[in-house]
Design a protein around this ligand. Structure first.
Ligand code: DC
Length: 219
């Protein structure tokens, strides 16, 4: 049996990696896993049970009693959930608890799909270091803050754009500065800077990079 294709897409908060990963998965009929949603679910579960996401024991307890249904809850998309996710993600025990699920998804993509696309911070470096293709998606912090601010506004969350920029800078610093599986560019990753690109331009670039690397024709 041939090994399923694995596409790793990493990048900082609000870089657009989620949209690109979803569209790449559709283009090649691969399964898609947003690994940030797992950390967001653990963060929200910790808050809901009255725990502190910065506290390793509280966060680990939520990770070990993980409820997969939470990943579909719109509550995990809030600003507070993003912050809690970044805090729980800094604990090595939490990362270990979520690792097997992510690796299993890449090895045996659901629905018998011929491949899997995973997006996150450490997919190309830790979760799937043997991925067939790795993209690292970036954009300036200002461009990312503007996109995230528009998204939060659409969801009805009233917040200043300057505050969102500050959140993004804090989150980048925590995600890249933690000791356990920090966000970093894999040596063999292809870089995609979306600062000056429209969504459709970024999607076309990502699909072209993956098609070229896998020698596959997109749908
Ligand atoms: O991609 P996102 O913004 O939904 O991720 C939320 C947080 O989860 C992010 O700030 C750091 C953490 N995360 C991680 O540490 N590793 C991943 N593979 C994905 C997300």
């Amino acid at each position: 049996m041939t090994r399923p294709y694995v596409v790793a897409i990493d990048g900082p908060a609000a870089s657009g990696k989620g949209t690109l990963a979803k569209r790449v998965a559709e283009a090649f009929e691969f399964a898609y896993l947003d690994t940030g949603s797992l950390y967001r679910a653990v963060g929200v579960a910790t808050l809901r049970t009255g725990g502190d996401p910065a506290h390793p024991q509280d966060a680990l307890h939520s990770a070990l009693s993980f409820d997969l249904n939470l990943v579909n809850d719109p509550a995990i998309r809030s600003r507070a959930a993003g912050e809690a996710a970044s805090q729980v993600a800094a604990h090595p025990g939490v990362r270990d608890a979520l690792l097997a699920f992510q690796r299993d998804f890449s090895r045996v993509p659901p629905g018998g799909a011929p491949g899997a696309v995973l997006d996150g911070r450490d997919i190309g470096t830790v979760v799937c270091p043997n991925a067939h293709v790795k993209l690292f998606v970036t954009a300036s912090s200002e461009a990312r803050a503007h996109r995230r601010w528009l998204e939060l506004r659409r969801q009805g969350e009233a917040v200043e754009e300057a505050q969102v920029l500050q959140d993004i800078r804090n989150r980048d610093a925590r995600d890249a500065g933690r000791a356990s599986a920090p966000m970093k560019i894999a040596d063999d990753a292809l870089l995609l800077d979306t600062t000056e690109l429209s969504i459709e331009e970024a999607v076309s670039s990502a699909i072209a990079l993956v098609a070229n690397a896998l020698r596959l024709q997109p749908k």
